[in-house]
Design a protein around this ligand. Structure first.
Ligand SMILES: [Mg+2]
Length: 161
């Protein structure tokens, strides 16, 4: 196995630079230029390289998923939709709790083992929890970038040769 069969992303401070439960307020809206605003007229942004990363992974045939512990389940889903990312993610588990629970759902739904999964998250506690069960978990220091993902995939390939 040289490639992960499932690549999972956290949301807050991994795909976008804020906490969806405290820093922005739903409902959200998208203007005609595709810019998303929250209810206070505050612009809602994602990390700049994220669309390119998701598009590339999809083109290369990877299966993608979201695992988030946020309590703002509706807002998180709305933003994924408004950003146009729904099409990239085959699985989504968004609710509070230990992320091992989220990944157990992925395993159940997909039949993919933890060893065949890769995970990107900004919080060390989540990295520790998932590493302990065999997921290749990568700490994201300043949001997802192309370079970070490419390096992680390269390492995965070398380690599993
Ligand atoms: Mg996070």
């Amino acid at each position: 196995m040289s490639k992960p069969k499932l690549i999972v992303f956290d949301l807050d401070y991994t795909l976008w630079p804020f906490w969806v439960d405290t820093h922005v307020d739903r409902p959200f809206r998208k203007d005609k230029n595709g810019v998303v605003y929250d209810r206070n007229g505050q612009k809602v942004k994602f990390y700049p390289e994220v669309p390119e990363v998701l598009e590339k992974l999809r083109t290369e045939g990877y299966t993608l998923a979201i695992a988030s512990r946020t309590g703002e389940i509706r807002g998180a889903n709305e933003l994924v939709e408004l950003f146009g990312w729904q099409k990239y993610f085959q699985y989504k588990e968004i609710y509070p709790g230990c992320k091992v629970q989220h990944f157990t759902e992925f395993k159940k739904q997909s039949g993919i083992s933890f060893e065949e999964m890769m995970f990107f998250d900004d919080e060390q506690r989540n990295i520790n929890d998932l590493s302990a069960v065999g997921v290749t978990a990568i700490l994201v220091p300043h949001g997802v970038t192309m370079k970070l993902v490419e390096n992680a995939l390269k390492k995965f390939q070398q380690r599993n040769k």
